[in-house]
Design a protein around this ligand. Sequence first.
Ligand SMILES: Nc1ncnc2c1ncn2[C@@H]1O[C@H](COP(=O)(O)OP(=O)(O)OP(=O)(O)O)[C@@H](O)[C@H]1O
Length: 226
Amino acid sequence: MSNMLQIQEVAKGYNRGKPNEIQVLSGINLTVSKGEVVALVAPSGAGKSTLLHIAGLLDNADAGQVVIDGTDVTSLDDKARTAMRRAQVGFIYQFHHLLPEFSALENIVLPQLANGVPEADARARALKLLTSVGVEARADHRPAAMSGGEQQRVAFCRALANRPALLLADEPTGNLDPATSDRVFDALMTVAKDEGLAALIVTHNMDLAAKMDRVLRLENGVLVEA
Ligand SMILES: Nc1ncnc2c1ncn2[C@@H]1O[C@H](COP(=O)(O)OP(=O)(O)OP(=O)(O)O)[C@@H](O)[C@H]1O
């Protein structure tokens, strides 16, 4: 099947029954295919993080269905959901949370070792990813000895280390100059096309969004084609 992520009629609110009740998502429908990179644009507070957390199995919807690679995750228990998230989903956050006591390379190798990948293969993948975004010369540096943009690129590599089926990213090129941002974007498109990765990328950069396969806007709790 070519659909990697399918979201149907997903609704989510906070503070139900209280005076400060807020309905953030009110009927989200979204399909992302294998190899497809979709931009998600929306004003601050529109519910992007809420949607990414539901799509990435970090939070539950109040209603609706989330299907990842053919499995309806709304029917899974917590343990199965966590296992699915670890196996299938890669995240890139605005704040990248690299492990401070390990080098850039180790930050990308360690999650692969935890997943049973042989060390030589894990190191080769890490170096290939670091090279694709131009930070291979920083492979042995710890995060504190790298610039914010370099750390962000390492976090990008780490998110892709275990060949996730689905990548969810919040402004993955936010700290980068236009040329470096383009390079990271090209690396993302290459992985998507070569490995069948499906990606949902939050960005405020409309030039970048326009280069993706599709642009969706989150407005008033629903998604519309931009
Ligand atoms: N745990 C929570 N409890 C109550 N309200 C919440 C909670 N989490 C988020 N909200 C509210 O839900 C709305 C959507 O939040 P969300 O973080 O998804 O927005 P966003 O589009 O990611 O915003 P930004 O671009 O500013 O990060 C906001 O009004 C926020 O205040």
